[in-house]
Design a protein around this ligand. Sequence first.
Ligand code: PLP
Length: 260
Amino acid sequence: MNRPDPSRPVVLCLSGHDPSGGAGLQADIEALLAQGCHAAPTVTALTVQDTVDVTDFRVLDREWVLAQANKVIADMPVAAVKLGMLGSVEMVDTVLELMQQLPGVPLVCDPVLRAGGGGSLGKDDVGYAMRERLFPVAAVATPNLPEARILAELPNGTADQCAERLLPHIEHLLITGGHGDETEIHNRLYSRDGSRHDFTCQRLPGSYHGSGCTLASALSGRLALGQDLRSAVKTALDYTWRTLRDAEQPGHGQFVPRRL
Ligand code: PLP
């Protein structure tokens, strides 16, 4: 039987597993399915958490991560790569090694360092290593403002000040808002050529688990489909907003975006 060409682009996801299903690889898979992409999930770390917070995590051995991802790379045409929780500096170097086999493939870097509940998913050093070594090979990074402040080492910096510090390391940076108490959420895409694009949306009530993962995955899917960066950001932000509007509270803590 001749099957038609399976034209859904493949996105290699390198993220942690969240057993509550709100964030991490499950978020990646769901958000990518919703874009019409095929997610190829490589586990970087296991976490112990519910919708309230993270209590522990364990980063996988680098050999296991390389083995998982290399199997996929040898088997499928990878159209984009999405990074989530890496958990250790060694894992940053492992991802860099993998990216060297994928020249020209867009990399979306979500610099995950904390869970929504505030628990740690990696030391700040992991963020600094991402900034120094992965940002230069990434198409775009998607920190929220608290993450951007850590990465820029500006604890009280504005998004503009953080971007100024980070743009020497990366070509495009999407800093998302929503962590203050403003009624409108301001997301801004910064590019090294000096251009800036604002995407504003209405704040939704509640706090969410996995919103950053949803956004970065949707963006990687849009890039894998060939959309240009600016419109991919717009599509991914609009999609993420809808998943938050329709979010559910499956446990006792944060709301989980409804991605499908
Ligand atoms: N990746 C993993 C494995 C996580 O457990 C979490 C949060 O709990 C995140 C990423 C980041 O989640 P968010 O999208 O809420 O920032």
